[in-house]
Design a protein around this ligand. Structure first.
Ligand SMILES: Nc1ncnc2c1ncn2[C@@H]1O[C@H](COP(=O)(O)OP(=O)(O)OP(=O)(O)O)[C@@H](O)[C@H]1O
Length: 513
């Protein structure tokens, strides 16, 4: 299946592939005993160039949603920030400015407090220096404004960088820095004096592959001889050509073509193989087949890394069966959802009422940027039209756009050109846009049996609340069935989702504070 077809399947939810869990029991290599390693805090541990974004984003009209509210503490924050900045290093200042400008934290102290709280997934006792990164890599990390590692980074990296290399299946909450953990591993292991591919990272979508590539390029800014290339739709290779890029980031369909059909990569020389959003790669039949076929071409001692915020039990079982001797970092169920994302539900009798509720909310609170998830492309397109007619600046992202158009839509949204992104499950995972303060589940996520899709719920709401920022998740409930789904999600994560009355402006204003 082409990468793009998958997008269509995901966002229409017409396929049973996303929810069909592991059916085949393919085993590659030995299934090994897992190692037990304690994780600080409370989580349990068992053991080139970016493709040009040329597509035209669909036309966007109308005005930004009305922002009437004052951002709490923003004024005070600026004053404190000035005070703080006097004592900060350049890297600290860059991080602080970034976080303040995105309202991620009110002051530098907020982020520091989070990183010192053993219950926070941002908790860290180590410094990046203590992780023994190459000096040029350390420089890149600091220039990105990363002061100290998050919990997943400080827990995973010592194991990931140890010799002999160990395989890992890692879980950490959304927005807690998994990307940097596996990118730093690739960049630490690569030898740029050798002109061939040594690391491969697979992502489920074009947009995510591009995003990960961008992080890699930023981190490797001072590794001047490093070459990164993208195995994504539209990037052409010819038979017989040998790729000399040290790191390839791509989607499974294209990468499979490159390694099996065109044979442009010497797979036996690859030292690190990463599956980002590993659970969906495993649970989606097409991606699973492609990833397994790619994995079969690798050396037995190639280091395999699987990362995600969620793993259903059967997916984890399958992962353990295909990854030899993995060190496993996992979370307890109650740790999976983040307390910095406040979750609410709103009763609406139908689609029109949901739209009205949205209008009320956008009229009452300041929404930095928001993402609205719909069940189908049709609903997404309908909502987009309605919002544009009301004067909102919205963008629509669904699988019917070309990958180039999709990437262009994301870039515009990332740059703040539109405040609202209406989308489907296509964008539920991985997309990292710090300014997203609100996620709306216009339709609750369900699988093809119309049961609650708790994993997708977690990934969707995880588009806000990035790296400690506060976020709001709003869930529209239209009837008994939909309420049952909500209750199911609530009990799955054992976290209350409170009721919000969309007619009560005082109440709405309060959630924005
Ligand atoms: N050590 C750090 N210090 C400061 N910011 C960081 C650090 N590590 C990562 N970040 C920032 O945190 C944000 C979230 O990171 P990332 O996208 O890697 O999360 P994730 O765990 O992969 O989330 P998801 O499960 O949604 O894919 C990014 O904007 C990244 O730049």
């Amino acid at each position: 299946m082409a990468d793009d077809d998958w997008a269509a399947l995901v966002d229409q939810q017409e396929s049973n592939q996303l929810s069909s869990r592991v059916e085949k029991n393919l085993t590659i290599g030995a299934t090994a005993a897992t190692k037990q390693v304690p994780l600080p805090g409370s989580a349990s541990v068992a053991t080139g160039h970016a493709p040009a974004v040329t597509g035209q984003a669909p036309a966007v009209t109308g005005q930004a949603p009305v922002a009437t509210n004052h951002v709490p503490g923003a004024g005070d924050a600026n004053g404190e920030a000035e005070q703080d900045e006097k004592e900060l290093s350049a890297a600290e200042q860059s991080l602080l400015r970034k976080k303040l400008s995105n309202q991620l934290v009110a002051t530098k102290a907020d982020l520091e407090i989070l990183q010192k709280d053993p219950n926070s997934p941002l908790y860290s006792v180590k410094s990046f220096e203590a992780l023994n990164l190459k000096p040029e890599l350390l420089k890149g990390v600091y220039e990105m404004g990363f002061n100290s590692p998050s919990k997943i980074q400080e827990t995973a990296l010592p194991t990931l960088l140890a010799d002999p290399p160990m395989n890992m299946i890692a879980q950490s909450q959304s927005g807690t820095g998994k990307t940097a953990a596996f990118v730093l591993t690739m960049l630490s292991r690569v030898d740029t004096s050798k002109p061939y591919t040594q690391c491969i990272c697979l992502s489920p979508t074009f947009e995510l592959a591009l995003q990960t590539g961008k992080v890699t390029e930023q981190m490797a800014k001072h590794m001047t001889s490093l070459k990164v290339c993208y195995a994504v739709r539209g990037e052409r290779v010819s038979r017989g050509q040998k790729i000399d890029s040290h790191i390839i980031i791509g989607t499974p369909g294209t990468l499979l073509d490159w390694c099996i059909k065109f044979k442009v990569i010497d797979m036996k020389r690859v030292d690190v193989f990463v599956l980002d959003e590993a659970d969906v790669m495993i649970a989606t039949q097409g991606h699973q087949d492609q990833s397994i076929r790619i994995q079969k071409t690798l050396r037995k001692d190639c280091q395999m890394l699987l990362f995600s915020a969620t793993y259903e039990q059967d997916v984890m079982q399958f992962a353990k069966a295909v990854v030899p001797n993995p060190v496993i970092i996992s979370l307890r169920r109650e740790e999976e959802s983040l307390s910095n994302i406040k979750q609410y539900y709103i009763n609406c009798k139908d689609k029109e009422a949901k739209f009205q509720a949205l209008s009320n909310i956008y009229g009452a609170i300041t929404v930095g940027q928001s993402m609205i998830f719909c069940h189908t492309r049709r609903t997404a397109a309908w909502l987009c039209e309605k919002m544009i007619a009301e004067g909102h600046a919205v963008a629509l992202l669904s699988g019917e756009l070309t990958v180039e158009q999709r990437a262009a839509v994301i870039e515009r949204f990332r740059d703040g050109k539109e405040k609202v992104l209406i989308t489907t499950n296509l964008s539920a995972r991985g997309i990292d846009i710090e300014q997203v303060t609100v996620v709306v589940n216009f339709d609750l996520p369900v699988n093809t049996q119309h049961q609650a899709d708790c994993e997708t719920y977690l990934h969707r709401i995880g588009r806000t609340g990035r790296f400690g920022k506060n976020g709001i998740a709003l869930n529209f409930v239209d009837g008994h069935r939909s309420m049952q789904i909500l209750k199911c999600i609530e009990s799955h994560f054992n976290r209350a989702i409170n009721k919000l009355d969309a007619e009560d402006f005082d109440e709405i204003e309060k959630i924005g504070q």
